[in-house]
Design a protein around this ligand. Structure first.
Ligand code: NAP
Length: 344
């Protein structure tokens, strides 16, 4: 109903009580619709790591109405690291949480709205797309999924306690801090091989600890590790405790065949036992690969029209802050262009 129609009806309604109640119904309807419309966003970003923030910066800077559902633990994996030295633009490095706060402030500067809630359900079947945080429903013409991935953990109490105090899941990020130290890499896949080799640039000795005799990694990666004199391979061993009060001093290991326990002295432990993409709530909505990663079908658009993806949730290979930010930029631009194309 347009404004003129409403005015016309207002005049008619003043003629009788019945018509006045009709007027209230109309006003109510107009107000209700306005409220509903205020909840319709051009772009809803789910996740607030570098991918989510960057997507929000691009979309809101294009004058779109953007909502970021940042989750109860905002900022993504970079908030669990200390100093980030490989994000371009900060020659002296920047603390991970600060980098995330700066990105958020930049997105807010262009009008992005942030809500600190975990998304519990999505419905991409119709238009607009619906995103739920518990009882609350948000509607978006487009959605950008930037929920990231979580490094798989061993599940030890001591591992949690010493996280970022010698326990890490990113050699590229934290290897530099272990110059001339001894570190252990846990895992038997390509990541473990890559991380072990990379760490020998800094560490004086690297243990590669794997729970089985056979590696999952490709031959070429195994060959490089075996040829590297700084790496000692320990097979059929699994960490059962990370030793140390305020920083890592060693590992308690259990032999997976004999159950015999032993200890080694190390200054750091790097987990390379895989990543788990945060895609549980999307599994019936968009195409995922065999490991649960979101699959971009056309540029950053998923199998569902108007639903885009950015960052580690769709990337099992690079998993860097800068690559996530780059993909966030791509998803932001793709959402802007897709919305433009919908206007006939
Ligand atoms: P992955 O291939 O899934 O390997 C994970 C490794 O961690 C496996 O050896 C596994 O042991 C071990 N593991 C899992 N849970 C464990 C636990 N609780 N305790 C101890 N060990 C545990 O993961 P990824 O190495 O991260 O590789 C992921 C994908 O990225 C792969 O497709 C890989 O090829 C690719 N990638 C490629 C490159 C490259 O080409 N340069 C580099 C990195 C990754 P089991 O073998 O006993 O299951």
């Amino acid at each position: 109903m347009n404004v003129n129609e409403t005015r016309k009806r207002t005049n008619v309604c003043s003629l009788s009580g019945f018509r006045i109640s009709g007027l209230f119904a109309i006003i109510n309807q107009v107000l209700f619709n306005r409220n509903k419309m205020s909840d319709l966003y051009d772009v809803i970003v789910i996740g607030s790591g570098p991918a989510g923030h960057t997507a929000a910066i691009y979309a809101s800077r294009a004058d779109l109405k953007v909502l970021v559902l940042e989750g109860w633990q905002p900022g993504g994996q970079l908030t669990t690291t200390t100093e980030v030295e490989n994000f371009p633009g900060f020659k002296d490095g920047i603390m991970g949480p600060q980098l995330m706060a700066e990105m958020k402030a930049q997105a807010e500067r262009f009008g992005s709205e942030y809500i600190t809630k975990d998304v519990t359900k999505v419905d991409f079947s119709g238009s607009p797309k619906k995103v739920y945080a518990g009882e609350d429903e948000y509607q978006g013409k487009t959605v950008i999924i930037a929920t990231g991935a979580k490094p798989r953990r061993l599940g030890l109490e001591s591992e949690d306690r010493l996280w970022a105090k010698g326990v890490s899941a990113c050699a590229t990020c934290d290897g530099f801090f272990f110059r001339d130290k001894t570190v252990a890499v846990i895992g038997g896949g390509d990541s473990a091989m890559e991380e072990a080799n990379f760490l020998t640039k800094f560490a004086s000795k690297v243990y590669l600890i794997h729970r089985r005799e056979d590696f999952r990694a490709s031959e070429i990666m195994i060959d490089r590790v075996e040829a590297n004199e700084k790496i000692e391979i320990l097979l059929n061993k699994a960490p059962i405790e990370v030793l140390g009060e305020n920083n890592v001093t060693g590992l308690k290991l259990k032999d997976t065949k004999t159950e015999e326990e032993s200890e080694i002295a190390v200054d750091g432990m790097f987990l390379a036992i895989g990543h788990v993409p945060v895609t549980d709530i999307f599994k019936d909505q968009i195409e995922l690969d065999g490991h649960g990663f979101a699959v971009p079908k056309e540029h950053t658009m998923t199998s569902k029209e108007g639903v885009f993806v950015a960052g580690d949730v769709a990337d099992s290979r690079y998993r860097q802050g800068i690559t996530a930010a780059g993909m966030g930029c791509m998803a932001g631009i793709d959402a802007i262009r897709w919305l433009d194309d919908q206007v006939v």
